[in-house]
Design a protein around this ligand. Sequence first.
Ligand SMILES: NC(=O)C1=CN([C@@H]2O[C@H](COP(=O)(O)OP(=O)(O)OC[C@H]3O[C@@H](n4cnc5c(N)ncnc54)[C@H](OP(=O)(O)O)[C@@H]3O)[C@@H](O)[C@H]2O)[C@@H](O)CC1
Ligand SMILES: [K+]
Length: 496
Amino acid sequence: MLLSWDAAAVRAAEEPLLAAGVPLMDRAAFGLATHVAHVLRDVRGRVGGAHVVLLVGPGNNGGDTLHAGARLARRGARVTAVLASPRVHGDGLAALRAAHGRVVPAHDDAAADALAGTVLAADVVLDGLLGIGGRGGVRGPGARLVGALAAAAARPVVVAVDVPSGVGVDDGTRTGAVAQADVTVTFGACKPALLLPPAADAAGRVEVVDLGLDLAGAPAVARLAGADVAALWPVPGRTSHKYARGVLGVVAGSDRYPGAAVLASGGALRAGVGMVRYVGSAGSQVLAAHPEVVVGEGRVQAWVVGPGVAPDDDAQRARARDALVHALAHDEPAAVDAGALDLLPDRVPPHVVLTPHAGELATLLSARGAAVDRADVEAAPLAHARRAHELTGATVLLKGATTVVVGAHGAVYAQADAPAWLATAGAGDVLAGVLGALLAGRAADAVDDPTLPAALAAAAAAVHGRAAHAANPGGPVTASDVAAAVPRVVAGLVTA
Ligand SMILES: NC(=O)C1=CN([C@@H]2O[C@H](COP(=O)(O)OP(=O)(O)OC[C@H]3O[C@@H](n4cnc5c(N)ncnc54)[C@H](OP(=O)(O)O)[C@@H]3O)[C@@H](O)[C@H]2O)[C@@H](O)CC1
Ligand SMILES: [K+]
Protein backbone atom coordinates (compact mmCIF):
# COMPACT_ATOMS: atom_id res chain seq x y z
CA MET A 1 0.00 0.00 0.00
CA LEU A 2 1.30 3.43 -0.88
CA LEU A 3 0.44 5.90 1.88
CA SER A 4 0.70 9.67 1.86
CA TRP A 5 0.68 12.28 4.60
CA ASP A 6 -0.36 15.90 4.33
CA ALA A 7 1.98 18.85 4.83
CA ALA A 8 1.00 19.45 8.46
CA ALA A 9 1.62 15.82 9.43
CA VAL A 10 5.03 15.86 7.73
CA ARG A 11 6.01 19.10 9.46
CA ALA A 12 4.86 17.72 12.82
CA ALA A 13 6.97 14.61 12.28
CA GLU A 14 10.00 16.68 11.28
CA GLU A 15 9.81 18.92 14.32
CA PRO A 16 11.24 16.64 17.02
CA LEU A 17 14.04 15.51 14.73
CA LEU A 18 14.97 19.09 13.84
CA ALA A 19 14.87 20.01 17.54
CA ALA A 20 17.26 17.14 18.23
CA GLY A 21 19.62 18.46 15.58
CA VAL A 22 19.05 15.71 13.02
CA PRO A 23 20.29 17.09 9.67
CA LEU A 24 17.11 16.46 7.69
CA MET A 25 18.02 18.76 4.84
CA ASP A 26 21.33 16.95 4.38
CA ARG A 27 19.48 13.64 4.21
CA ALA A 28 16.97 15.08 1.76
CA ALA A 29 19.69 16.61 -0.44
CA PHE A 30 21.75 13.40 -0.38
CA GLY A 31 18.72 11.35 -1.46
CA LEU A 32 17.82 13.88 -4.14
CA ALA A 33 21.37 14.01 -5.53
CA THR A 34 21.51 10.20 -5.59
CA HIS A 35 18.30 9.97 -7.63
CA VAL A 36 19.40 12.74 -9.99
CA ALA A 37 22.72 10.96 -10.52
CA HIS A 38 20.78 7.84 -11.59
CA VAL A 39 18.76 9.94 -14.01
CA LEU A 40 21.91 11.53 -15.44
CA ARG A 41 23.48 8.12 -15.97
CA ASP A 42 20.33 7.12 -17.86
CA VAL A 43 20.23 10.18 -20.10
CA ARG A 44 23.96 10.98 -20.45
CA GLY A 45 25.77 7.84 -19.43
CA ARG A 46 27.52 9.63 -16.55
CA VAL A 47 27.27 12.50 -14.07
CA GLY A 48 30.55 14.21 -15.00
CA GLY A 49 30.02 16.91 -17.62
CA ALA A 50 26.23 16.72 -17.52
CA HIS A 51 24.42 20.06 -17.36
CA VAL A 52 22.05 20.39 -14.43
CA VAL A 53 19.86 23.48 -13.97
CA LEU A 54 18.34 24.20 -10.57
CA LEU A 55 15.16 26.29 -10.36
CA VAL A 56 15.48 27.74 -6.88
CA GLY A 57 12.63 29.27 -4.90
CA PRO A 58 12.66 31.21 -1.62
CA GLY A 59 12.23 28.43 0.95
CA ASN A 60 13.71 25.17 2.15
CA ASN A 61 12.60 23.45 -1.04
CA GLY A 62 15.13 25.67 -2.80
CA GLY A 63 17.57 24.82 0.00
CA ASP A 64 17.30 21.09 -0.70
CA THR A 65 17.82 21.81 -4.36
CA LEU A 66 20.93 23.95 -3.83
CA HIS A 67 22.51 21.38 -1.49
CA ALA A 68 21.78 18.58 -3.97
CA GLY A 69 23.24 20.76 -6.73
CA ALA A 70 26.41 21.21 -4.66
CA ARG A 71 26.75 17.43 -4.33
CA LEU A 72 26.29 16.95 -8.06
CA ALA A 73 28.81 19.73 -8.81
CA ARG A 74 31.34 17.95 -6.59
CA ARG A 75 30.77 14.85 -8.72
CA GLY A 76 31.67 16.78 -11.86
CA ALA A 77 28.29 17.97 -13.13
CA ARG A 78 28.02 21.49 -14.56
CA VAL A 79 25.42 23.02 -12.26
CA THR A 80 23.60 26.30 -12.87
CA ALA A 81 21.29 27.65 -10.16
CA VAL A 82 18.59 29.99 -11.44
CA LEU A 83 17.41 32.01 -8.44
CA ALA A 84 13.75 32.90 -8.90
CA SER A 85 13.73 34.96 -5.71
CA PRO A 86 16.08 37.57 -4.27
CA ARG A 87 15.97 35.63 -0.98
CA VAL A 88 17.10 32.03 -1.14
CA HIS A 89 18.44 29.48 1.35
CA GLY A 90 21.78 30.91 2.56
CA ASP A 91 23.60 27.70 3.48
CA GLY A 92 22.48 26.03 0.30
CA LEU A 93 23.71 28.92 -1.82
CA ALA A 94 27.06 28.94 -0.01
CA ALA A 95 27.42 25.19 -0.51
CA LEU A 96 26.75 25.48 -4.23
CA ARG A 97 29.20 28.34 -4.61
CA ALA A 98 31.86 26.40 -2.67
CA ALA A 99 31.36 23.52 -5.11
CA HIS A 100 31.89 25.94 -8.03
CA GLY A 101 28.31 25.90 -9.21
CA ARG A 102 27.17 28.83 -11.35
CA VAL A 103 24.54 31.15 -9.88
CA VAL A 104 22.34 33.38 -12.01
CA PRO A 105 19.58 35.62 -10.70
CA ALA A 106 16.14 35.66 -12.29
CA HIS A 107 14.54 38.23 -10.06
CA ASP A 108 12.12 39.63 -12.61
CA ASP A 109 10.15 38.31 -15.55
CA ALA A 110 12.54 39.69 -18.18
CA ALA A 111 15.54 38.01 -16.53
CA ALA A 112 13.58 34.76 -16.25
CA ASP A 113 12.55 34.91 -19.92
CA ALA A 114 16.17 35.50 -20.94
CA LEU A 115 17.17 32.32 -19.07
CA ALA A 116 14.51 30.09 -20.61
CA GLY A 117 16.97 28.89 -23.28
CA THR A 118 19.49 27.85 -20.61
CA VAL A 119 16.82 25.93 -18.74
CA LEU A 120 15.57 24.13 -21.83
CA ALA A 121 19.12 23.19 -22.92
CA ALA A 122 19.92 21.37 -19.65
CA ASP A 123 20.21 17.62 -19.40
CA VAL A 124 18.19 17.66 -16.20
CA VAL A 125 16.21 20.44 -14.50
CA LEU A 126 15.48 20.29 -10.77
CA ASP A 127 12.22 22.01 -9.93
CA GLY A 128 12.92 23.44 -6.48
CA LEU A 129 10.68 26.50 -6.57
CA LEU A 130 8.07 25.43 -4.01
CA GLY A 131 7.56 22.46 -1.75
CA ILE A 132 5.11 21.88 1.06
CA GLY A 133 5.21 25.60 1.93
CA GLY A 134 3.74 26.61 -1.45
CA ARG A 135 0.40 28.41 -1.48
CA GLY A 136 -1.37 28.38 -4.84
CA GLY A 137 0.34 28.29 -8.21
CA VAL A 138 3.92 29.51 -8.68
CA ARG A 139 4.05 33.30 -8.80
CA GLY A 140 6.69 35.73 -10.06
CA PRO A 141 9.67 34.90 -12.27
CA GLY A 142 9.50 31.22 -11.28
CA ALA A 143 6.17 31.08 -13.08
CA ARG A 144 7.86 32.24 -16.32
CA LEU A 145 10.42 29.45 -16.07
CA VAL A 146 7.75 26.84 -15.36
CA GLY A 147 5.71 28.25 -18.24
CA ALA A 148 8.70 27.91 -20.59
CA LEU A 149 9.14 24.26 -19.57
CA ALA A 150 5.43 23.56 -19.92
CA ALA A 151 5.28 25.12 -23.39
CA ALA A 152 8.46 23.58 -24.82
CA ALA A 153 8.07 20.94 -27.53
CA ALA A 154 11.31 19.26 -26.47
CA ARG A 155 12.15 19.64 -22.83
CA PRO A 156 14.91 18.32 -20.60
CA VAL A 157 14.27 15.64 -18.01
CA VAL A 158 12.57 17.33 -15.06
CA VAL A 159 13.00 16.14 -11.49
CA ALA A 160 10.50 17.69 -9.09
CA VAL A 161 11.90 18.35 -5.62
CA ASP A 162 9.44 17.04 -2.99
CA VAL A 163 6.43 17.95 -5.19
CA PRO A 164 5.96 19.59 -8.60
CA SER A 165 6.00 23.29 -7.67
CA GLY A 166 2.60 24.94 -7.55
CA VAL A 167 0.42 21.91 -6.87
CA GLY A 168 -1.98 21.85 -3.93
CA VAL A 169 0.07 19.53 -1.70
CA ASP A 170 -2.89 18.26 0.34
CA ASP A 171 -5.76 18.41 -2.15
CA GLY A 172 -4.10 17.52 -5.45
CA THR A 173 -5.23 20.65 -7.29
CA ARG A 174 -3.11 22.55 -9.83
CA THR A 175 -3.15 26.29 -10.27
CA GLY A 176 -1.43 27.87 -13.25
CA ALA A 177 1.42 26.23 -15.11
CA VAL A 178 3.11 23.23 -13.46
CA ALA A 179 6.32 21.74 -14.84
CA GLN A 180 5.62 18.18 -15.91
CA ALA A 181 8.11 16.04 -13.97
CA ASP A 182 9.60 12.77 -15.11
CA VAL A 183 10.49 11.90 -11.53
CA THR A 184 9.45 13.40 -8.21
CA VAL A 185 11.86 12.83 -5.35
CA THR A 186 9.82 13.36 -2.21
CA PHE A 187 11.09 13.59 1.37
CA GLY A 188 10.02 11.77 4.49
CA ALA A 189 6.75 10.45 3.07
CA CYS A 190 4.69 10.51 -0.08
CA LYS A 191 2.36 13.55 -0.26
CA PRO A 192 -1.33 13.47 -1.25
CA ALA A 193 -0.65 15.54 -4.39
CA LEU A 194 1.54 12.73 -5.70
CA LEU A 195 -1.43 10.34 -5.66
CA LEU A 196 -4.39 12.61 -6.36
CA PRO A 197 -5.61 13.91 -9.72
CA PRO A 198 -4.97 16.26 -11.37
CA ALA A 199 -1.66 17.11 -9.58
CA ALA A 200 -0.37 13.54 -9.65
CA ASP A 201 -0.39 13.61 -13.44
CA ALA A 202 2.51 16.09 -13.22
CA ALA A 203 4.58 14.00 -10.80
CA GLY A 204 5.93 11.23 -13.03
CA ARG A 205 7.59 8.37 -11.15
CA VAL A 206 7.62 8.97 -7.39
CA GLU A 207 10.70 8.16 -5.29
CA VAL A 208 10.44 8.54 -1.51
CA VAL A 209 13.60 9.48 0.42
CA ASP A 210 13.43 8.09 3.94
CA LEU A 211 14.18 10.78 6.54
CA GLY A 212 13.40 8.58 9.53
CA LEU A 213 10.16 10.43 10.30
CA ASP A 214 7.77 8.88 12.79
CA LEU A 215 4.43 9.61 11.13
CA ALA A 216 1.68 9.35 13.68
CA GLY A 217 -1.99 9.15 12.82
CA ALA A 218 -3.84 8.03 9.76
CA PRO A 219 -2.45 8.67 6.29
CA ALA A 220 -4.24 11.29 4.19
CA VAL A 221 -4.55 9.29 0.97
CA ALA A 222 -3.75 5.64 0.25
CA ARG A 223 -3.27 3.61 -2.91
CA LEU A 224 -3.86 -0.13 -2.79
CA ALA A 225 -1.20 -2.41 -4.25
CA GLY A 226 -1.93 -5.90 -5.54
CA ALA A 227 -1.34 -7.59 -2.18
CA ASP A 228 -3.78 -5.20 -0.48
CA VAL A 229 -6.45 -6.02 -3.05
CA ALA A 230 -5.86 -9.73 -2.55
CA ALA A 231 -6.21 -9.34 1.23
CA LEU A 232 -9.59 -7.62 0.75
CA TRP A 233 -10.97 -10.05 -1.84
CA PRO A 234 -13.55 -12.58 -0.59
CA VAL A 235 -11.92 -15.89 -1.47
CA PRO A 236 -14.20 -18.91 -0.95
CA GLY A 237 -13.16 -21.65 1.43
CA ARG A 238 -13.48 -25.34 0.54
CA THR A 239 -16.94 -25.54 2.09
CA SER A 240 -18.38 -22.25 0.84
CA HIS A 241 -21.61 -22.52 -1.07
CA LYS A 242 -23.11 -19.98 -3.41
CA TYR A 243 -25.14 -18.25 -0.71
CA ALA A 244 -22.15 -17.88 1.61
CA ARG A 245 -20.20 -16.32 -1.26
CA GLY A 246 -22.83 -13.62 -1.61
CA VAL A 247 -25.92 -13.13 -3.68
CA LEU A 248 -26.10 -9.83 -5.51
CA GLY A 249 -29.29 -8.12 -6.62
CA VAL A 250 -28.77 -6.17 -9.84
CA VAL A 251 -31.30 -3.50 -10.78
CA ALA A 252 -29.86 -2.24 -14.03
CA GLY A 253 -30.68 -1.67 -17.68
CA SER A 254 -33.83 -0.40 -19.32
CA ASP A 255 -35.46 -0.76 -22.71
CA ARG A 256 -33.11 1.94 -23.95
CA TYR A 257 -29.92 0.56 -22.32
CA PRO A 258 -30.30 -3.21 -21.88
CA GLY A 259 -26.53 -3.66 -22.33
CA ALA A 260 -25.81 -2.07 -18.96
CA ALA A 261 -27.69 -4.91 -17.27
CA VAL A 262 -25.60 -7.46 -19.16
CA LEU A 263 -22.33 -5.71 -18.32
CA ALA A 264 -23.06 -5.09 -14.64
CA SER A 265 -24.20 -8.70 -14.17
CA GLY A 266 -21.15 -9.91 -16.09
CA GLY A 267 -18.77 -7.80 -13.99
CA ALA A 268 -20.22 -9.26 -10.81
CA LEU A 269 -20.11 -12.87 -12.05
CA ARG A 270 -16.53 -12.51 -13.26
CA ALA A 271 -15.47 -11.03 -9.90
CA GLY A 272 -16.62 -14.20 -8.16
CA VAL A 273 -20.02 -13.46 -6.67
CA GLY A 274 -21.97 -16.54 -5.57
CA MET A 275 -25.06 -15.65 -7.57
CA VAL A 276 -26.69 -12.73 -9.39
CA ARG A 277 -30.41 -12.05 -9.17
CA TYR A 278 -31.39 -9.69 -11.96
CA VAL A 279 -34.37 -7.40 -11.51
CA GLY A 280 -35.66 -5.45 -14.50
CA SER A 281 -36.80 -5.44 -18.07
CA ALA A 282 -33.58 -6.74 -19.67
CA GLY A 283 -33.87 -10.27 -18.27
CA SER A 284 -33.83 -11.99 -21.64
CA GLN A 285 -30.68 -10.14 -22.75
CA VAL A 286 -28.99 -10.86 -19.41
CA LEU A 287 -29.89 -14.57 -19.63
CA ALA A 288 -28.73 -14.80 -23.22
CA ALA A 289 -25.30 -13.52 -22.18
CA HIS A 290 -25.15 -15.11 -18.71
CA PRO A 291 -27.38 -18.17 -18.29
CA GLU A 292 -26.17 -18.50 -14.68
CA VAL A 293 -28.13 -15.39 -13.65
CA VAL A 294 -31.45 -15.88 -11.85
CA VAL A 295 -34.06 -13.43 -13.02
CA GLY A 296 -36.47 -12.06 -10.44
CA GLU A 297 -36.48 -10.94 -6.85
CA GLY A 298 -35.27 -13.01 -3.92
CA ARG A 299 -32.96 -12.83 -0.96
CA VAL A 300 -29.67 -11.01 -1.56
CA GLN A 301 -26.73 -9.79 0.52
CA ALA A 302 -25.99 -6.65 -1.52
CA TRP A 303 -27.18 -4.63 -4.49
CA VAL A 304 -26.08 -2.88 -7.62
CA VAL A 305 -28.66 -0.26 -8.48
CA GLY A 306 -28.71 2.16 -11.37
CA PRO A 307 -26.46 1.25 -14.33
CA GLY A 308 -28.37 1.96 -17.53
CA VAL A 309 -31.61 2.86 -15.73
CA ALA A 310 -33.02 5.46 -18.13
CA PRO A 311 -34.59 8.55 -16.55
CA ASP A 312 -37.84 8.03 -18.47
CA ASP A 313 -38.23 4.34 -17.60
CA ASP A 314 -40.72 4.74 -14.76
CA ALA A 315 -41.06 1.02 -14.09
CA GLN A 316 -37.33 0.42 -13.78
CA ARG A 317 -36.88 3.55 -11.68
CA ALA A 318 -39.57 2.27 -9.33
CA ARG A 319 -37.68 -1.04 -9.01
CA ALA A 320 -34.46 0.86 -8.32
CA ARG A 321 -36.21 2.94 -5.65
CA ASP A 322 -37.70 -0.18 -4.05
CA ALA A 323 -34.30 -1.88 -4.03
CA LEU A 324 -32.72 1.11 -2.29
CA VAL A 325 -35.50 1.24 0.31
CA HIS A 326 -35.10 -2.49 0.90
CA ALA A 327 -31.31 -2.28 1.11
CA LEU A 328 -31.45 0.55 3.63
CA ALA A 329 -34.13 -1.12 5.73
CA HIS A 330 -32.21 -4.41 5.90
CA ASP A 331 -28.63 -3.13 6.22
CA GLU A 332 -27.64 -4.51 2.83
CA PRO A 333 -24.70 -2.76 1.15
CA ALA A 334 -25.38 -1.22 -2.26
CA ALA A 335 -23.40 0.19 -5.16
CA VAL A 336 -25.47 3.05 -6.55
CA ASP A 337 -24.66 4.23 -10.06
CA ALA A 338 -25.86 6.48 -12.85
CA GLY A 339 -29.66 6.34 -13.13
CA ALA A 340 -30.21 5.73 -9.41
CA LEU A 341 -28.06 8.51 -8.02
CA ASP A 342 -31.04 10.87 -7.92
CA LEU A 343 -33.15 8.33 -6.04
CA LEU A 344 -31.09 8.43 -2.87
CA PRO A 345 -32.67 9.63 0.34
CA ASP A 346 -31.00 12.57 2.11
CA ARG A 347 -28.71 10.49 4.29
CA VAL A 348 -27.40 6.96 3.83
CA PRO A 349 -24.81 4.86 5.69
CA PRO A 350 -21.27 4.36 4.31
CA HIS A 351 -22.10 0.86 3.09
CA VAL A 352 -23.98 2.63 0.32
CA VAL A 353 -21.29 3.32 -2.28
CA LEU A 354 -21.99 5.91 -4.98
CA THR A 355 -20.06 5.48 -8.24
CA PRO A 356 -20.53 8.70 -10.24
CA HIS A 357 -18.26 10.12 -12.91
CA ALA A 358 -17.44 13.84 -12.69
CA GLY A 359 -20.58 14.99 -14.51
CA GLU A 360 -22.86 12.84 -12.36
CA LEU A 361 -21.15 14.03 -9.19
CA ALA A 362 -21.68 17.64 -10.26
CA THR A 363 -25.38 16.91 -10.78
CA LEU A 364 -25.64 15.18 -7.41
CA LEU A 365 -23.92 18.06 -5.60
CA SER A 366 -25.94 20.69 -7.43
CA ALA A 367 -29.16 18.92 -6.48
CA ARG A 368 -28.04 19.27 -2.87
CA GLY A 369 -27.36 22.97 -3.03
CA ALA A 370 -23.68 23.06 -4.01
CA ALA A 371 -23.78 24.58 -7.49
CA VAL A 372 -20.84 23.06 -9.36
CA ASP A 373 -20.22 21.79 -12.86
CA ARG A 374 -18.18 18.98 -14.32
CA ALA A 375 -15.08 21.16 -14.78
CA ASP A 376 -15.17 22.15 -11.10
CA VAL A 377 -15.22 18.48 -10.10
CA GLU A 378 -12.39 17.60 -12.48
CA ALA A 379 -10.26 20.45 -11.13
CA ALA A 380 -10.64 19.29 -7.52
CA PRO A 381 -11.83 15.66 -7.44
CA LEU A 382 -10.96 15.01 -3.79
CA ALA A 383 -12.73 18.11 -2.48
CA HIS A 384 -15.90 17.30 -4.41
CA ALA A 385 -15.94 13.60 -3.56
CA ARG A 386 -15.45 14.58 0.07
CA ARG A 387 -18.29 17.09 -0.16
CA ALA A 388 -20.60 14.41 -1.56
CA HIS A 389 -19.61 12.07 1.27
CA GLU A 390 -20.31 14.78 3.84
CA LEU A 391 -23.67 15.67 2.30
CA THR A 392 -24.95 12.11 1.87
CA GLY A 393 -23.03 9.94 4.34
CA ALA A 394 -22.32 7.52 1.48
CA THR A 395 -18.94 6.21 0.45
CA VAL A 396 -18.15 7.98 -2.82
CA LEU A 397 -16.15 6.45 -5.67
CA LEU A 398 -15.48 9.19 -8.22
CA LYS A 399 -14.56 7.56 -11.53
CA GLY A 400 -11.77 9.04 -13.62
CA ALA A 401 -8.38 8.28 -15.10
CA THR A 402 -7.40 8.20 -11.45
CA THR A 403 -10.35 7.05 -9.36
CA VAL A 404 -10.81 8.79 -6.01
CA VAL A 405 -12.70 7.12 -3.16
CA VAL A 406 -13.82 8.92 -0.01
CA GLY A 407 -15.32 6.93 2.84
CA ALA A 408 -16.15 7.25 6.50
CA HIS A 409 -13.64 8.47 9.12
CA GLY A 410 -11.43 10.19 6.55
CA ALA A 411 -10.68 7.12 4.45
CA VAL A 412 -9.38 8.30 1.05
CA TYR A 413 -7.99 6.18 -1.79
CA ALA A 414 -6.66 7.18 -5.19
CA GLN A 415 -6.28 4.31 -7.69
CA ALA A 416 -4.45 4.87 -10.97
CA ASP A 417 -4.50 1.33 -12.34
CA ALA A 418 -6.35 1.90 -15.60
CA PRO A 419 -5.01 2.61 -19.09
CA ALA A 420 -6.54 5.56 -20.93
CA TRP A 421 -8.24 3.02 -23.20
CA LEU A 422 -10.61 2.15 -20.34
CA ALA A 423 -12.58 5.37 -20.90
CA THR A 424 -15.13 3.52 -23.00
CA ALA A 425 -18.89 2.96 -23.03
CA GLY A 426 -20.10 0.43 -20.50
CA ALA A 427 -16.86 0.27 -18.49
CA GLY A 428 -18.61 1.88 -15.53
CA ASP A 429 -21.33 -0.79 -15.61
CA VAL A 430 -18.68 -3.49 -15.29
CA LEU A 431 -17.07 -1.62 -12.39
CA ALA A 432 -20.42 -1.41 -10.60
CA GLY A 433 -20.78 -5.17 -10.99
CA VAL A 434 -17.28 -5.89 -9.66
CA LEU A 435 -17.92 -3.63 -6.68
CA GLY A 436 -21.29 -5.30 -6.11
CA ALA A 437 -19.58 -8.70 -5.96
CA LEU A 438 -17.21 -7.42 -3.27
CA LEU A 439 -20.04 -5.88 -1.26
CA ALA A 440 -22.05 -9.11 -1.50
CA GLY A 441 -19.07 -11.28 -0.59
CA ARG A 442 -18.21 -9.15 2.43
CA ALA A 443 -21.64 -7.74 3.26
CA ALA A 444 -21.56 -8.23 7.03
CA ASP A 445 -18.02 -6.82 7.30
CA ALA A 446 -18.95 -3.83 5.14
CA VAL A 447 -21.82 -2.97 7.48
CA ASP A 448 -19.80 -3.53 10.67
CA ASP A 449 -16.73 -1.57 9.60
CA PRO A 450 -17.72 1.80 8.12
CA THR A 451 -14.33 2.32 6.48
CA LEU A 452 -14.32 -1.06 4.71
CA PRO A 453 -16.65 -0.05 1.84
CA ALA A 454 -14.07 2.56 0.77
CA ALA A 455 -11.32 -0.06 0.71
CA LEU A 456 -13.57 -2.44 -1.25
CA ALA A 457 -14.42 0.34 -3.71
CA ALA A 458 -10.71 1.02 -4.21
CA ALA A 459 -10.09 -2.71 -4.69
CA ALA A 460 -12.85 -2.87 -7.32
CA ALA A 461 -11.30 0.09 -9.17
CA ALA A 462 -7.87 -1.56 -8.99
CA VAL A 463 -9.09 -4.84 -10.47
CA HIS A 464 -11.16 -3.06 -13.10
CA GLY A 465 -8.15 -1.01 -14.19
CA ARG A 466 -5.86 -4.01 -14.22
CA ALA A 467 -8.42 -5.99 -16.21
CA ALA A 468 -8.38 -3.29 -18.88
CA HIS A 469 -4.60 -3.72 -19.16
CA ALA A 470 -4.85 -7.48 -19.16
CA ALA A 471 -7.57 -7.53 -21.82
CA ASN A 472 -5.33 -5.93 -24.42
CA PRO A 473 -2.05 -4.49 -23.16
CA GLY A 474 -1.44 -1.11 -24.80
CA GLY A 475 -4.48 -1.16 -27.04
CA PRO A 476 -8.22 -0.59 -27.23
CA VAL A 477 -10.64 -2.54 -25.08
CA THR A 478 -14.40 -2.88 -24.89
CA ALA A 479 -16.29 -3.11 -21.63
CA SER A 480 -17.03 -6.77 -22.43
CA ASP A 481 -13.29 -7.43 -22.87
CA VAL A 482 -12.65 -5.84 -19.48
CA ALA A 483 -15.26 -8.02 -17.79
CA ALA A 484 -13.84 -11.11 -19.48
CA ALA A 485 -10.36 -10.31 -18.13
CA VAL A 486 -11.49 -9.86 -14.51
CA PRO A 487 -11.25 -13.56 -13.49
CA ARG A 488 -7.62 -13.94 -14.49
CA VAL A 489 -6.68 -10.63 -12.85
CA VAL A 490 -8.33 -11.76 -9.61
CA ALA A 491 -6.65 -15.15 -9.89
CA GLY A 492 -3.27 -13.49 -10.40
CA LEU A 493 -3.76 -11.33 -7.33
CA VAL A 494 -5.12 -13.89 -4.89
CA THR A 495 -2.57 -16.56 -5.81
CA ALA A 496 0.47 -14.24 -5.91
N1 LIG B 1 11.48 21.25 7.53
C1 LIG B 1 12.65 20.65 7.18
O1 LIG B 1 13.66 20.65 7.88
C2 LIG B 1 12.74 20.00 5.93
C3 LIG B 1 12.10 20.50 4.84
N2 LIG B 1 12.39 20.05 3.65
C4 LIG B 1 12.07 20.82 2.47
O2 LIG B 1 11.47 22.04 2.82
C5 LIG B 1 10.33 22.25 2.03
C6 LIG B 1 9.40 23.17 2.71
O3 LIG B 1 10.10 24.36 2.89
P1 LIG B 1 9.41 25.71 3.30
O4 LIG B 1 8.55 25.49 4.46
O5 LIG B 1 10.52 26.68 3.49
O6 LIG B 1 8.52 26.06 2.08
P2 LIG B 1 8.80 26.09 0.50
O7 LIG B 1 7.86 25.13 -0.08
O8 LIG B 1 10.22 25.95 0.18
O9 LIG B 1 8.35 27.56 0.06
C7 LIG B 1 8.00 28.54 0.98
C8 LIG B 1 8.40 29.89 0.41
O10 LIG B 1 7.74 30.11 -0.82
C9 LIG B 1 6.94 31.29 -0.76
N3 LIG B 1 5.72 31.02 -1.49
C10 LIG B 1 4.63 30.33 -1.07
N4 LIG B 1 3.76 30.18 -2.05
C11 LIG B 1 4.29 30.78 -3.14
C12 LIG B 1 3.84 30.92 -4.48
N5 LIG B 1 2.66 30.46 -4.87
N6 LIG B 1 4.65 31.54 -5.35
C13 LIG B 1 5.84 32.03 -4.96
N7 LIG B 1 6.31 31.92 -3.69
C14 LIG B 1 5.55 31.30 -2.80
C15 LIG B 1 6.75 31.53 0.68
O11 LIG B 1 6.56 32.90 0.87
P3 LIG B 1 5.51 33.42 1.97
O12 LIG B 1 4.22 32.73 1.66
O13 LIG B 1 6.07 32.96 3.27
O14 LIG B 1 5.51 34.85 1.75
C16 LIG B 1 8.03 31.02 1.30
O15 LIG B 1 9.04 32.00 1.17
C17 LIG B 1 9.81 20.87 1.77
O16 LIG B 1 8.97 20.83 0.67
C18 LIG B 1 11.11 20.14 1.55
O17 LIG B 1 11.54 20.33 0.22
C19 LIG B 1 13.32 18.96 3.50
O18 LIG B 1 14.59 19.54 3.40
C20 LIG B 1 13.30 18.05 4.68
C21 LIG B 1 13.61 18.80 5.89
K1 LIG C 1 9.30 21.60 -5.98
